[in-house]
Design a protein around this ligand. Structure first.
Ligand SMILES: Nc1ncnc2c1ncn2[C@@H]1O[C@H](COP(=O)(O)OP(=O)(O)OP(=O)(O)O)[C@@H](O)[C@H]1O
Ligand SMILES: N[C@@H](CCO)C(=O)O
Length: 287
């Protein structure tokens, strides 16, 4: 049996901690034979192979007496790069508990557990449900709603350095004035309205008008401004800091990507550019 979880790109500009999109890079977890102890094979130098691995740890938080298994994990999702690697691990762990423990969790239950563990819904909900998802916690529970899928391709510029979410969050101010918070949330509100109304003539500008997190994080990801400028030149819809960074995501027509890539290279931006697309399925289990 194999569990397959998509990567996710959070925030989409002003949707800080609430908007996220599943994207076509995947973590796969093969559930192999039962074993005396939990073992997870993978090629990542910095991730554990025993039950302290986030995937197994998550599964055991949900059902402590799951029978230990030999697992094999492969992932095209770069760790600590703003593409939801930790959420993909959490969602894989929830699905592992679900199948081995025969829990028959509903999507709403998976969303509730994942949001509780991750603390915010913007990566875990699209990783579970697929597509573009908008969510929040209210009155002690989480609500998540799927928005129309963006009819565009994606180009993810992945800098070589890591940026841990905790470090990128530490760069943010502790508080905003009422005026700042009101205007930031007004921009996010109109963005969400634009997404549901398919008003892509407005969506791009609003996505690039975040007032919550991109500016304080720009010093950690100096490539953002230049990539955004090049995106405009190449006819992209919008460019934003993916999750906590350092990946910079550009939403663009597929046929515009070769020119965008060429302009990036001319500007000396030569880190990998992943040509991907929105994922519509979310987590899958294949026998
Ligand atoms: N495949 C995996 N298996 C087990 N643990 C993982 C895996 N991928 C990521 N992790 C855990 O998640 C941590 C990285 O989480 P972090 O939130 O910093 O980055 P991210 O999830 O890639 O970024 P973002 O939340 O901005 O999209 C790693 O240090 C590791 O502990
Ligand atoms: N919304 C989160 C995503 C990363 O977990 C952030 O930007 O910090």
């Amino acid at each position: 049996m194999q569990i397959k979880v998509p990567a996710s790109s959070a925030n989409l500009g002003p949707g800080f901690d609430s908007i996220g999109m599943a994207v076509s890079l995947y973590l796969t977890l093969d559930v192999l034979e039962p074993s005396d102890e939990w073992v997870i094979d993978h090629d990542f130098d910095d991730l554990p192979h025993d039950q302290s691995n986030m995937i197994i740890d998550t599964a055991l938080k949900i059902k402590a007496d799951l029978p230990p298994h030999h697992l094999k994990m492969q992932s095209a999702i770069p760790v600590a790069h703003g593409l939801g690697s930790s959420s993909s691990a959490i969602v894989a762990g929830i699905e592992l508990a679900n199948v081995l423990g025969k829990l028959q969790l509903s999507n709403d239950e998976k969303v509730a557990i994942a949001c509780e563990i991750e603390g915010h819904p913007d990566n875990v909900t699209p990783a579970i449900l697929g597509g573009l998802v908008i969510g929040t916690n209210v009155n002690g529970h989480f609500d998540a709603i799927q928005a129309p899928l963006l009819p565009y391709a994606l180009a993810a510029y992945v800098p070589s350095y890591n940026l841990k979410t905790a470090d990128a969050r530490a760069a943010l101010p502790a508080s905003l004035t009422l005026k700042q918070a009101t205007h930031g949330s007004a921009i996010a509100n109109v963005l969400v309205a634009g997404l549901f109304a398919n008003r892509y003539d407005l969506v791009g500008e609003l996505m690039e008008a975040d007032e919550f997190h991109e500016q304080p994080r720009a010093k950690l990801v100096p490539e953002l401004a230049k990539i955004r400028e090049i995106g405009h030149e190449a006819g992209a819809l919008a460019t934003y800091l993916s999750g906590a960074g350092p990946t910079v995501m550009t939403i663009i027509d597929k046929q515009g990507i070769p020119r965008f890539k060429q302009l990036l290279l001319q500007a000396g931006l030569s880190d990998p550019l992943l040509e991907i697309e929105p994922d519509t399925e979310g987590v899958q289990v294949v026998d």
